[in-house]
Every structure is written in C-alpha cells, then in structure tokens.
Design a protein around this ligand. Structure first.
Ligand SMILES: [Zn+2]
Length: 192
C-alpha cells in the first residue's frame, strides 16, 4: 500500500489573489483555503486576520513523524504607487524583508528565494529523523546493514504478526522517504 509523503506540500499565498478577495482590508478575517485542482477537495487552510498593515496567519503544521504544532505568524504588508497610477500590494518576507508578491509555506511562509536557501537544511533534518526511525526498527531485528539491504529476516523469537507489521511500516516509510525529495523539488520547480 502506498501512503502519501507526510511532508507538507508547498502552499502558495499570492498577494494578488488575496487583494482580489478583499483579504487585505483592515478588519478582515477568515480562512484562506487551498483546493486540489482536480477534485476540488480542500487540501489545506489557514486562518488570517488583517489590520491593514499586516496579515496575521494562524495554522497548524507537522514535521515528518511529529505532532501537529500551532503556528502564528505575522506578515507585514507594504504598498507601492507605480508611475502609471494605482497601488500595488506586497508581502514583506519575514526572512529577507524584501517585497514579494508570493510567499510559500512550508512550516512558515517565506519567499521562494528564502525557501530555496533553508529548504535543503529542513529537508535534511526531516530525512535524517525518518532514517533514524527506520534504522532503529531494523536494528531491533538484528540488522545493521544499510537501507539498500532487503528487510531483515524474522528473528526466531518474534511473532509473525509483529514481523509483518514491522515489514509493512518499513516499506511505507522507505517509500515516503524516496518521495520526499522529489515532491518538494517538483513543487518548487513548478512554481518557478
Ligand atoms: Zn525572503
């Protein structure tokens, strides 16, 4: 059975569509939703509150194999007045403090440049946590080989039911681990 990687996909916040939906007015609050493009199913949501100068975001996030965490983050807003008239809204990226039209999350919302920079480290952390779990399970079965090795034989003392369960979890987590890298990279690339 295949289970989706539990690493969150990149969520995209666009200042243009938020503006279009009236989110950037002082006193606006609600939920911003993401949908699956095909099924229209909700794939995520964050709560927001706007005071006209900043956007407060409230949501939950979960790292691979960890508990859900509540996160509150404030994104400053900025306006510019182009020569041709009108007004343009911007997010201020909380990491590099530059004006950005789009932010991505992840655990936090940052511009693509900042995500690119810290994403590799995050991914490495997540991967090494995942690997530790897999190794630990295999070591219990008396196996000290690498991940490329087949799943260890059943020790005589272990019940088949237990062994089969461990085998399934191992297969699933290996699969997720392989997926993790290309899912994230694919999503970053698609938005470029
Ligand atoms: Zn940034």
């Amino acid at each position: 059975m295949f289970s989706k990687p539990t690493v969150e996909g990149m969520r995209r916040l666009s200042i243009f569509s938020m503006h279009k939906h009236g989110v950037l007015e002082a006193g606006q609050s609600g939920n911003w939703l993401w949908q699956d493009a095909d099924t229209r199913e909700e794939t995520g949501r964050i709560g927001y509150f706007c005071d006209g100068h900043s956007l407060r975001l409230k949501y939950r996030s979960r790292d691979w194999g960890c508990e859900w965490e509540s996160i509150e983050e404030t994104i400053l807003l900025s306006k510019t007045y182009p020569n041709y008239g009108g007004v343009r809204n911007w997010f201020i990226c909380p990491s590099c403090h530059k004006r950005r039209g789009v932010l991505y999350g992840g655990k936090y919302f940052r511009c693509r440049e900042c995500y690119g920079a810290c994403y590799q480290t995050q991914l490495e952390d997540t991967k090494s946590r995942a690997l530790t779990k897999i190794y630990r399970r295999r070591h219990k079965l008396g196996e000290y080989g690498g991940l490329g090795e087949p799943f260890p034989q059943k020790p005589k003392w272990m019940r088949w039911a237990t062994y089969n369960r461990l085998y399934e979890v191992d297969a699933r987590e290996n699969e997720s681990l392989c997926q993790m890298e290309w899912v994230w990279l694919g999503k970053l690339r698609r938005k470029s």
